[in-house]
Design a binder for this molecule. Sequence first.
Ligand SMILES: Cc1cc2nc3c(=O)[nH]c(=O)nc-3n(C[C@H](O)[C@H](O)[C@H](O)COP(=O)(O)O)c2cc1C
Length: 180
Amino acid sequence: MVFMNTTECIKTRYSIREYSDAAVSEGLVKEILQAAVCAPSAGNAQDWEFIVVRKQEIKKQLAEAALGQGFIADAPVLVVVCSNLKKIGSAYGERGVSLYSIQDTAAAAMCLMLAAWEKGLGTCWVGAFDEGRVKEILVLPMDVRPLAIITLGYPRAGIEKPKSRDLSGVLHWEHYGGAE
Ligand SMILES: Cc1cc2nc3c(=O)[nH]c(=O)nc-3n(C[C@H](O)[C@H](O)[C@H](O)COP(=O)(O)O)c2cc1C
């Protein structure tokens, strides 16, 4: 196993949309999700819930709900990251429901993706999907909102990392537009 430090993990990760046939064990999925639940959350509400999908028929339905993005059904595992809106709403009201739920689950999704990468697995964050349809497919309770579908699988060789924007184009010092 190749170990990498956190910065190396962050800098080398990129989205994987083609997977090898190698199976991803249940133990490994749990290890990766164990990293997701270590993410920060508003008031430590930990409002996330994860639906792990391995059955081909359900993956296919989710791919259709995700505007027909076919690679989703090819991933060995999908993790649908949800927020329990009742939980975050009871702590923070409207701001919890409309903002913290998204921020908390985004942090969890990112931890999941980095933990997967460190273990040699690739992921792709999928945000384009019909939420109502995903809720139906996964039989989610009314207050559980699906916010991201994360694909998970061993990468196939030959895919390249896209270039990140140059830091100087997005960095402001002290105020918007401020120079160093
Ligand atoms: C909020 C969000 C939604 C995304 N939705 C999709 C999606 O629906 N389909 C897809 O193929 N990739 C999706 N992506 C992945 C991005 O396309 C990808 O992260 C971006 O192009 C940068 O590439 P990288 O992840 O390889 O660095 C999404 C990423 C984020 C953060």
